[in-house]
Design a protein around this ligand. Structure first.
Ligand SMILES: [Fe+2]
Ligand SMILES: [Fe+2]
Length: 139
C-alpha cells in the first residue's frame, strides 16, 4: 500500500460521503413529490446500494491497513445501518415526515463520519501518507 493509494482511498471515502448525501436528497425529493412506488423504490435502492458498497470499501480498507479500531468501527456501521432502516421504516408508519427524511439520514450519517470515519482517515494519513515518508520508509 503506497502513499498514492492511501490518498486515493481517503478521497474515495470523501466522494462516497458526498454521493450518499445526494442520494438522501433524491429519496426525499421522490417522496415529497409523491412519485410512484417504483420511482421511490429505485431511489431507496440506489441509496442502500451505495451505502452497502461504501461500508464494504471502508471495512476492506480497515482490514488491509491493520486498523486498530476496526471492531468498534464495524459495530458503528451496524448501528448506522440500523438507524437508516429505522428512519425508512418510520416513513412507512408515518412516524417520520417525508420532509425530514434527508435531514434525519444526514444527521445520523454526520454522527458516523465525525466519530468513526474521520478517525480512520486520520490514522491512514498519519501511518501511510505522512509519517512513513518522514521515517524514510519510502512509501
Ligand atoms: Fe465508516
Ligand atoms: Fe463512511
Amino acid at each position: 500500500m503506497d502513499r498514492q493509494a492511501t490518498i486515493e482511498a481517503i478521497e474515495r471515502i470523501d466522494r462516497d460521503h458526498r454521493t450518499l448525501s445526494r442520494l438522501f436528497d433524491k429519496l426525499q425529493d421522490a417522496l415529497v413529490a409523491g412519485r410512484d412506488d417504483g420511482t421511490i423504490e429505485t431511489a431507496r435502492q440506489a441509496m442502500l446500494g451505495h451505502l452497502d458498497a461504501h461500508i464494504a470499501f471502508e471495512e476492506e480498507l480497515m482490514a488491509a491497513r491493520d486498523y486498530p479500531l476496526t471492531f468498534t468501527h464495524k459495530e458503528q456501521h451496524q448501528a448506522f445501518r440500523d438507524q437508516v432502516a429505522s428512519i425508512l421504516a418510520g416513513i412507512e408508519t408515518r412516524t417520520v415526515s417525508v420532509n425530514n427524511v434527508a435531514k434525519l439520514l444526514k444527521k445520523t450519517h454526520a454522527f458516523h463520519t465525525k466519530y468513526s470515519d474521520e478517525t480512520l482517515c486520520l490514522y491512514m494519513r498519519d501511518k501511510y501518507a505522512f509519517h512513513a515518508v518522514a521515517d524514510g520508509l519510502g512509501i
